[in-house]
Design a protein around this ligand. Structure first.
Ligand code: ADP
Ligand code: MG
Length: 743
């Protein structure tokens, strides 16, 4: 913070009850203009009718605590935030231990039951703002204390309601609740002050507010206008009004974003000439005849979709999604053969050398004896002479199928006639990388400079709604079916006190000739993080439980060469057990591995757990995944870790137990974390929406998508008079280069 010079004058400081200090606190939250204030919509609402009575809460919490919850999932009841409106009946400060003080505040509401609030921090602050007889609104997680037979909340959010507001409450009004940060509160912006700031801004800006949504769209979709919606959000009459207002704001948000995507797609489709291939491929047909299995219906469908692109004359930009084990490789190979039979080269790129090598051998195995094709491997670790030979074969076109890593795109690699690029396992594949790919696509030094077709394969399932927005400018195919004989992985959450049973089970699987993974969250022991580490436990396991087994160690701090060699040893069964960190997440395909134990499973994200688990269940044998967590997990949750991430662990673990469906898991993940965290917002290009929920609002996304694409058909440059406020809003929101070419 610069301390010298003139303070900037902020428009909000002249509002009643604001002044420079509060205006600055608001500015720190990005609230500078009247418009910003009006768009700072309530995070929640509170009214007497929807607040829960203390007696009710007490009953629910008591049941959850005292029923002899025997199963794991029962013990991990999802702890939810609730709101309570009640009066303060007693304030009691206690000094505990070494002069540490604690504040206990008893509340009573109309149900006549008592709720105890407990504060260990900021005791002086709460003593100042709370007084006996005051009406307050609290938000927090209630818990029943069996020992004392009481209902309590630790460190809830507290809002004191003044007489006037208490009166409004009585009259049935719905009061908006805004998110107040520490900085805002310290500057004296209480809930009441915030409400007054909002009201002043509403009065000023609502009459002057243009509506970016075209009239015909609003009419068609029965949407209220913008100023009406924003007013209703801050001053709702009832819940139906809140709902209508939210729907309208969601629509606007999604519509603008879909317009951006539509514009991008338009600009992409325009200038490029693709390769129009034939759909006849003798090699592909022969391969299908030779496969030891029948292609699944989903595989056949996506092949048709891909081939249709390759014959269209427009460069393909397709995302192929399929859960782990859904059989993407054979789909890719069939399409590559189609390119080869059309006289083009095809390449497949994997994220690591070991995966590239697996593809190199796997593809040749699939092609069978005497296929007569030159399949070329190109990876960074090849010796100079080997590399020179590879480069020559690629440049001359004798190598028709090229398999490798990023090395495939280095500057000295020239292709003879590149027709198809397949990118495998490229999850977290964002807009930025796609732009890079496009550039790489121009590498083809053949006679005709045509953009090759691009197929991106991802094993990280992306919820349909998210992929529509994320990859709205990519076409997408989904393999939504696993080969019939695949057995779902049996997944169990286990408490640490039962680990010896899991170890026993691992031994019995190894006795049957199978292999196992044991995964830890940390590489090394840490004083800061209370979690197990691979190195420490590797040593321990080698000396104790698994002293007579062959145990390998793999983690991210090892050199690249060490890692590759350990993975190779495991693949070739020189180890029975691989102790590892998450480095195996995008790893090797070892069909013989049938057990995975993940320690401190509560620390992993959902998609991470799914990816890890995908390392087993790849062969024909029944596979198992054990998610180990602390015995007193529930206790841990409420006492030591208040971080949101850990508190959602029960939902993650439960989801893992319940399903192996990657798309379901991805949806839950998206719900828990939001799109920004799931995909990495910056990279993915998906804004963090204020109103829209990418899972819940699937239908709305589809509607806005249709409307946005059709609007751009009718008015490609947004020239019409009635689209001017829309255009202005678009340019304001997305400082995107594509937008300026269209709008
Ligand atoms: P992923 O989609 O995870 O890349 P793979 O392509 O590696 O999956 O396929 C996993 C395994 O399933 C391979 O051993 C492959 O040969 C086999 N496979 C692929 N398609 C089928 C099918 N239709 N029926 C039976 N097995 C199949
Ligand atoms: Mg694969």
């Amino acid at each position: 913070m610069p301390t010298e010079g003139q303070p900037t004058i902020l428009p909000l400081q002249y509002l009643k009850g604001v002044g420079p200090r509060r205006a600055e606190a608001l500015a720190r939250e990005g609230i500078v203009t009247y418009q910003d204030v009006v768009l700072y919509v309530p995070r929640a609402y509170i009214d007497r009718r929807s607040a829960q009575s203390i007696a009710q809460l007490r009953e629910i919490a008591r049941k959850q605590t005292t029923s002899d919850a025997s199963s794991f999932t029962e013990q991990l009841s999802i702890r939810q935030q609730v709101s309570v409106v009640a009066s303060v009946v007693r304030i009691h400060k206690k000094v505990v231990g070494k002069g540490r003080s604690m504040l206990q505040v008893d509340l009573r509401d109309e149900s006549n039951a008592v709720l105890q609030l407990i504060f260990w921090n900021q005791v002086a602050y709460y003593l100042k703002i709370l007084s006996e007889g005051a009406t307050i609104v609290v938000h927090g997680v209630p818990q029943f204390e069996e020992r004392w037979n009481t209902l309590s909340m630790h460190h809830p959010e507290v809002e004191v309601v003044d007489d006037e507001e208490a009166g409004q409450f009585g009259a049935g009004a719905i009061l908006p609740r805004y998110r107040l940060t520490q900085g805002m509160v310290s500057a004296g912006i209480t809930m009441r002050v915030m409400r007054s700031i909002v009201d002043q801004c509403l009065e000023e800006s609502i009459p002057a507010m243009p509506d970016p949504l075209p009239h015909e769209v609003r009419k068609e979709r029965l949407l209220i206008d913008r100023s009406q919606a924003l007013f209703a959000l801050h001053h709702p009459q009832d819940h139906a009004e809140i709902h209508a207002a939210q729907r309208r704001m969601k629509y606007e948000e999604l519509f603008l974003f879909e317009l951006l995507l539509a514009a991008r797609r338009k600009s992409r489709k325009r200038p490029e000439h693709g390769i129009a291939m034939q759909s006849q491929s003798n090699r592909a047909r022969a391969l299908i005849g030779r496969l030891p299995f029948e292609l699944t219906g989903a595989q056949k469908r996506v092949i048709r979709e891909i081939i249709a692109d390759m014959t269209s004359g427009t460069p393909m930009n397709r995302l192929l999604q399929g859960d782990v084990g859904s059989g993407k490789t054979v789909v890719a190979l069939l399409c590559m053969l189609n390119a080869v039979d059309n006289g083009y080269q095809a390449l497949i790129m994997a994220p690591t050398e070991i995966l590239a090598e697996q593809h190199f051998h796997g593809l040749q195995r699939l092609l069978g004896e005497g296929h007569g094709l030159h399949v070329q491997l190109l990876v960074g670790s090849q010796r100079k002479k080997e590399r020179m030979q590879a480069l020559q074969a690629i440049a001359h076109g004798t190598a028709t199928i090229v398999v490798g890593t990023h090395a495939l795109f280095e500057a000295d690699v020239a292709y003879h006639k590149l027709g198809l690029i397949v990118i495998d396992e490229q999850h977290r594949f964002g807009v930025a990388q796609r732009a890079e790919l496009k550039r790489l696509g121009q590498h083809s030094h053949g006679a005709e400079q045509r953009t090759p077709h691009i197929l991106v394969m991802s094993a990280t399932p992306i919820p349909r709604t998210l992929s529509m927005t994320l990859y709205g400018d990519l076409d997408s195919s989904v393999i939504d079916q696993l080969p019939a004989q695949r057995k779902p992985i049996k997944t169990h959450v286990v408490f640490e006190s039962k680990l010896h049973e899991v170890f026993g089970f691992i031994k019995s699987e190894i006795a049957l000739g199978r292999q196992a993974y044991i995964v830890y969250p940390l590489v090394e022991r840490s004083d800061k993080v209370d979690a197990k580490s691979a190195i420490e436990h590797f040593e321990h396991l080698c000396e104790s439980v698994f002293y007579d087994m062959r145990v390998g160690l793999l983690h991210g701090q090892m050199s690249w060469a060490e890692k590759e060699s350990v993975m190779k040893d495991f693949l070739e069964r020189r180890f029975d057990i691989l102790v590892s960190t998450t480095v195996i997440e995008v790893g090797i395909d070892v069909p013989n591995a049938t057990v995975m134990l993940i320690e401190n499973a509560e620390r992993f994200g959902l998609s991470q757990l799914h990816q890890l688990r995908g390392r087993v269940g790849r062969g024909g044998e029944q596979s198992y995944c054990f998610l180990a967590t602390k015995d007193h997990f529930k206790y841990q949750l409420s006492r030591t870790s208040s971080t949101e991430d850990i508190s959602k662990a029960p939902i993650r673990l439960r989801t893992m137990e319940e399903t192996t469906d990657g798309f379901r898991i991805a949806e839950v993940d998206l719900r828990l974390r939001g799109p920004g965290d799931v995909m990495g917002t910056r990279q993915s290009g998906v804004p963090d929406f204020t109103f829209a929920d990418l899972v819940a609002d699937a239908e709305l996304i589809a509607e806005t998508r249709t409307d946005a694409f059709s609007l751009l058909e009718q008015d490609p440059q947004l020239r019409r008079e009635e689209h001017q406020s829309l255009k202005a809003e678009l340019l304001r929101m997305f400082n995107d280069s594509t937008m300026s070419t269209v709008a």
